[in-house]
Ligand binder design. Structure first.
Ligand code: GDD
Ligand code: MG
Length: 359
């Protein structure tokens, strides 16, 4: 991972205020930033990446279930960053949430959608682009096959944005380059955002800056990118990390093969068969004759009964799998009990629900 120093003193605002509706049922009891990705809360990967880029002053803009996040991350000290929590009483929208943090933003800053994955982004390189273009704001762009699900960005040959259209109806898209969900913003742009009102970058601020002829630029990010918006995308992201298609600073050692432990005290019966890539967290028990065929991720304190088999599956924490069961292509949320002799495929299972997973 190429990273340069944060010579410009950039801060970052992470937007973590959405309810995570499309990730349900995974987000029924777990805010999206806390959803475990290779056994660590999703947000922890983003913080580690920012830290690696030298960005240590980070504002979490949130409105939905803030307590679980604050309880885990505290002031950020254990993660090598300084966290400030800006809580909205009512969701203020993407730009309104940043305005709510204006008191902390007196120099150019990075804004990230909390559900977009940019683990290979060199923020200082984007900032240099932004500064050289004398932009008021720079949008990180990526290319996708289905642009109408995103904010579509049209630029000229100099990368200056000509039009920004949020989620145009399918068939009307004029470009397959989209807003990847990250920006560099100059502090004076905050003056354009109304205080205490619901206001969006996508539908409010960007169209307004363009109307006013302000310099808005697009920076093309060509590396691994994802919107972790649905269980399918969540599943793919985990498997991609395990297969080493992209890397998190928290797991530099995953090579796409092998059996890895992200915690201690797990017991694997000598007559269990494990074929990597498999990641196992702490305090798990894997029984006699169990078969684990990677890619598989197993969270903390899981019990895999005798003769049970898992294939291409993600278990969160404290999943109790009975004996002689078979699971293939599943996500099993924390505290779920799977009875003996179960056979489950292509499903998301929580203690109270089972829904299909199509990947
Ligand atoms: N604090 C706060 N307050 N955060 C919010 C609010 C709010 O009122 N509303 C949304 N967010 C956060 C969400 O938690 C998420 O991290 C981010 O803002 C974007 O919201 P989504 O609901 O995930 O939007 P989207 O995925 O439909 O579209 C956005 O992302 C696309 C890339 O994945 C847009 O920015 C598109 O233009 C972009 O292409
Ligand atoms: Mg999203």
């Amino acid at each position: 991972m190429k990273k340069s120093a944060n010579t410009h003193g950039l801060k970052a605002v992470i937007l973590v205020g959405g309810p995570g509706t499309r990730l349900r049922p995974l987000t029924d009891n777990c805010p999206k930033p806390m959803v475990p990705v290779v056994n660590k809360p999703f947000l922890e990967h983003t913080l580690a990446h920012l830290k690696l880029s030298g960005i240590e002053d980070i504002i979490l803009a949130m409105s939905y279930l803030p307590e679980a996040i604050r309880e885990y991350f505290g002031d950020g000290e254990h993660h090598g960053v300084r966290l400030t929590y800006c809580i909205e009483e009512e969701p203020l929208g993407t730009a309104g949430a940043v305005k709510n943090a204006a008191a902390y933003l007196d120099r150019p800053f990075v804004v990230l959608n909390g559900d977009n994955v940019f683990l290979e982004m060199d923020f200082n390189e984007v900032y240099t682009f932004h500064r050289d273009k004398k932009a008021k704001a720079t949008i990180f762009m990526t290319q996708v096959d289905n642009p109408s699900a995103f904010g579509v960005v049209e630029t000229d040959d100099d990368q200056r944005v000509k039009r920004f259209i949020e989620k145009p109806p399918p068939g009307t898209e004029t470009s397959n380059r989209i807003n990847a969900g990250g920006y560099i913003v100059e502090p004076e742009v905050l003056e354009e955002i109304p205080t205490g009102q619901h206001y969006m970058f996508e539908k409010g601020l960007f169209p307004k800056l363009l109307e006013d002829g302000q310099p808005l630029y697009g920076y093309t990010y060509n590396w691994y990118w994802l919107d972790m918006g649905t269980p399918q995308k969540y599943f793919n992201f985990n498997i991609d990390l395990l297969l080493s298609k992209t890397k998190s600073p928290l797991f530099q050692n995953l090579t796409g093969d092998g059996v890895y432990y992200s915690g201690e005290n797990s017991e694997v019966h000598p007559a269990a068969k494990i074929t990597g890539p498999v990641l196992i967290d702490s305090d798990c028990k894997i029984g006699r004759g169990a078969s684990i065929k990677g890619p598989v991720i197993i969270g903390k304190g899981c019990i895999i009964g005798d003769s049970t088999s898992l294939e291409k599956t993600i278990l969160w924490d404290k999943v109790n799998m009975g004996q002689n069961s078979r699971l293939k292509q599943c996500i099993i949320a924390s505290d779920t009990i799977i009875k003996d002799n179960s056979k489950i495929e292509n499903s998301v299972v929580t203690p109270s629900k089972t829904v299909p997973l199509s990947v």
